[in-house]
Design a protein around this ligand. Structure first.
Ligand SMILES: *Cc1c(COP(=O)(O)O)cnc(C)c1O
Length: 378
């Protein structure tokens, strides 16, 4: 048996006729950039995320959504942005792209999300932004610090690339990933829980002035065509992606539920196979609705050998992420060294992502976990 890390074709089958009908509509119209398809999708995202009309602004990628968000917060050279070293590169790449300085704080060993207490100790008079990531589909518990950060003139930008649809119940209400801080950033890269058939992204803000500014920034800073109020970038969502994403948005809740069932079954299988001393399942904090963008376990020893063994047996498992950002060659100039963020460094040696996607079958999970048992118990 071979099991892929992700097989998008299994969920695409369900929406194929709708997608092809939308494509016919778009190709008949020959209108491809922004326009009505994008407006409709943005409006549906406003209601899905329970934010005021006009809050969602589509753009060309998740990376651009971070860049646009930081630009809309006037992040300039020399400003400091507090963030996590245990994430995909774009989180810090966009900070550095603007000449600003990524300032790292370590992560929590259970959730893999930024350690809020440590982050707060990194604040200086140059700190402009707090940039947490809702990693692997679980929200970071940031709601408690937003107002304190505001008092210190610091805005919160949430990297929600992996967590569209994740929620957290706190302070008696449901908080939606990307709408807790000042600006939320989403990616619609094909592998994300809500993924298009190409690149795409979205920025979300409840501040209508900022939303307007984001709409200008994505078209070269132009409010009226060919008149430029400020220097923006070219980062537009296209009609084809918007139409496909709109169809997928209507399935997202069911697909996220399916990912949660898969996660639950892995946990059961670990127990049934007596694997707890070798492998620890991801921890879902109480109140959190984890959407398992990735199902990432910790393997206490022989992670690389286990990965090689499973890959050779036909089970695609992967490491997200093998080298924390503070140790990346391109960030050498920031002056960090090995040992600065021990939790992130340990995680990079222990984490292993197992297949999780709508359409993954129970017997595929069972075979994978059986192979894991064979590896550890011989
Ligand atoms: C995918 C991802 C991004 C970037 O999104 P793209 O659409 O690929 O540009 C940013 N941050 C995180 C945490 C991601 O997983």
């Amino acid at each position: 048996m071979t099991v892929p890390i992700l097989d998008l074709s299994r969920s695409f089958g369900e929406i194929k006729p709708e997608v092809f009908a939308a494509m016919e509509r778009i190709f008949d119209s020959q209108s491809f950039i922004l326009g009505n398809e994008v407006k409709t999708f943005e409006a549906h995202c406003d209601s899905y995320l329970d934010v005021p009309e006009g809050s969602c602004v589509g753009c060309a990628s998740g990376t651009d959504s971070l860049l646009l968000a930081l630009m809309s917060c006037d992040v300039h050279a020399g400003d400091e942005v507090i963030t996590t070293p245990f994430t995909f590169f774009a989180t810090s790449g966009t900070i550095a792209r603007l000449g600003a300085v990524p300032v790292f704080a370590d992560v929590d060993p259970n959730t893999y999300n930024i350690d809020i207490n440590q982050a707060m100790t990194k604040i200086t008079d140059k700190t402009k932004i707090f940039l947490p990531v809702h990693l692997f589909g679980q929200m970071a518990s940031i709601e408690g610090v937003i107002s304190e950060l505001h008092e210190r003139n610091i805005l919160t930008v949430e990297d929600t690339a992996q967590a569209f649809g994740a929620t957290r119940f706190a302070d008696g209400k449901i908080l939606r990933a990307g709408t807790v801080g000042d600006v939320g950033c989403y990616s619609f890269f094909p592998t994300k829980n809500l993924g298009g058939c190409g690149d795409g992204g979205m920025v979300v803000t409840r501040d209508s002035n900022r939303a307007e500014r984001l709409r200008r920034l994505r078209v070269h800073g132009s409010g009226t065509t060919y008149y430029h109020d400020e220097i923006g970038i070219n980062s537009r969502l296209d009609a084809i992606q918007a139409a496909i994403l709109d169809i997928k948005l209507s399935r997202l809740e069911a697909w996220n539920e399916e990912r949660r069932k898969i996660a639950e079954y892995y946990k059961l299988l670990f127990k049934a196979n007596d694997l707890h001393e070798f492998v620890s399942a991801p921890v879902e904090l109480s109140g959190n609705y984890h959407i398992y963008h990735q199902y990432v376990v910790r393997v206490k020893s022989k992670r690389d050998e286990l990965m090689q063994y499973l890959n050779a047996e036909g089970f695609a498992v992967r490491v997200y992420y093998p080298l924390p950002l503070h140790l990346q060659p391109c960030f050498k100039y920031l002056g960090y060294k090995a040992g600065d963020f021990p939790v992130s460094e340990t995680l990079s040696r222990e984490v292993l992502a197992l297949p999780v996607f709508p359409g993954l079958k129970a017997d595929e999970q069972e075979s994978l976990v059986t192979a894991m048992r064979k590896f550890f118990r011989k």
